[in-house]
Design a protein around this ligand. Structure first.
Ligand SMILES: Cc1cc2nc3c(=O)[nH]c(=O)nc-3n(C[C@H](O)[C@H](O)[C@H](O)COP(=O)(O)OP(=O)(O)OC[C@H]3O[C@@H](n4cnc5c(N)ncnc54)[C@H](O)[C@@H]3O)c2cc1C
Length: 363
């Protein structure tokens, strides 16, 4: 049995572990903290292939392919583990608050319709009929009925459980210091507890990935971009759709939690929640959904998105080091991209052609 060491047990590491263990690899996950405790636990969980992506191209296609898989993926994980990942067909409403935002909505709708995707342009009355909690100030909205949501904390828990059920071994509190390479082939990793040998190493270290010694030069480095989230609780829930604005988003969960975010901050590995950050997020949310002003505040947190210089993830086998695989740099779309990433990694390692074009993401 070929041995695989996976560095990092966020959604990427756990999803790869699940698919690789299922395919017959002997998988060990090394996690410096706790599985799923970093960016994956901080996310809002929008499966926003249409609402999040700026333009057409290979990245958009990757997002669509992953979104297409999500419903079955959620069912598969729940059947295997008993954990519901909170997959909800909530649809996403992109709200325009002034004419310039309205024009951007129309332009986006045009290229998406040309690609054959569902998007509905709504005027103020139509948008408020669909979602009565929206502000009277809006000028229009785009409705993306096929963008949905999951609960990222539940997804991360389900993925860890699925990987373990397939036989993957978790070692938490273990930090990988270096990737060991000899004669152009991976030998394993050096951890703070000593070496661990393996035929394959998968780097899924999120925002920390570029700091691991022994990595060859990659297409781009990965750096952290902090995001702050604010949570409210409303019983019964006041609205149903994910509301996406040009300054942020508000995500209603079925149980009455409302998650809203987020800031985009370049301040290294600092995960502080700040008054200025919360103020920005709260103002954005109340502008789109004024009724939230009187809703009970229940929490806030922040996380570090793994950002690349070109905005594309590093995904697949490294050409320069045999046995080295990267699954990192998914920035704002790592929850959405979980199923397709695990599939591409497994197919690359088992010699199967990828189900979608991935050349643009080559490490
Ligand atoms: C505020 C916020 C909102 C977001 N909202 C969304 C959203 O709505 N939809 C969406 O699709 N995405 C969203 N994202 C993005 C998404 O959360 C990330 O892209 C995704 O979680 C990345 O997963 P990961 O497994 O690569 O990283 P992580 O979850 O950060 O996991 C990496 C793990 O690797 C471990 N690690 C790192 N280095 C080492 C080492 N040397 N040794 C051992 N372990 C190591 C870390 O401790 C960590 O647990 C959001 C992110 C943030 C911060």
């Amino acid at each position: 049995m070929e041995r695989v060491v996976i560095i990092g047990a966020g959604v990427m590491g756990c999803a790869c572990a699940h698919r690789l263990a299922e395919a017959g690899f002997q998988v060990t996950l090394l996690e410096k903290s706790l599985p799923g405790a970093e960016s994956s636990a901080a996310a809002a969980g929008i499966l926003g292939a249409q609402s999040e992506v700026a333009g057409p191209g290979p990245f958009f296609e990757l997002c669509l392919a992953s979104r297409e898989r999500f419903r079955d993926y959620a069912r598969e994980l729940t059947e295997l583990t008993g954990v519901s990942v909170g997959y909800e067909d909530s649809g996403v409403l992109e709200v325009a608050l002034d004419p310039a935002e309205g024009r951007l909505c129309v332009a986006r709708a045009e290229w998406m319709l040309a690609r054959g995707l569902r998007v509905e342009l709504l005027d103020r009355e139509e948008a408020r009929r669909l979602e009565p909690a929206l502000t009277e100030r809006l000028v229009g909205a785009s409705y993306f009925p096929d963008d949905h949501q999951v609960d990222p904390v539940a997804l991360a828990a389900a993925l860890a459980s699925a990987a373990a059920r397939m036989g993957a071994v978790f070692r938490s509190g273990v930090q990988v210091k270096e990737i060991l390479v000899r004669d152009g082939r991976v030998q394993g990793v050096l951890t703070d507890g000593g070496p661990l040998h393996a035929e394959w190493v998968v780097v899924a270290g999120g925002a920390w990935s570029s700091g691991i010694a022994g990595l060859p030069a990659l297409r781009t480095t990965i750096k952290p971009v902090a995001g702050q989230i604010l949570q409210l609780e409303s019983r019964p829930p006041r609205f149903r759709h994910v509301v996406y604005g040009f300054k942020g988003y508000v995500v209603p969960r079925a149980d009455g939690r409302v998650v809203m975010g987020s800031t985009l901050e370049d301040r290294g590995f600092d995960k502080a929640v700040t008054l200025a950050g919360l103020h920005r997020v709260a103002a954005m949310a109340m502008e789109m959904l004024p009724g939230l002003a009187e809703t009970r505040f229940t929490g806030s947190w922040s996380g570090l998105r793994p950002a690349t210089a070109d905005g594309l993830p590093l995904l697949g086998l490294c050409a320069s080091v045999a046995g080295l695989v990267i699954a990192a740099g998914h920035y704002r779309n790592g929850i959405l991209l979980t199923p397709i990433t695990a599939e591409v990694v497994r197919d690359g390692m088992t010699g199967k052609p990828p189900a979608v074009p991935v050349d643009d993401f080559a490490p």
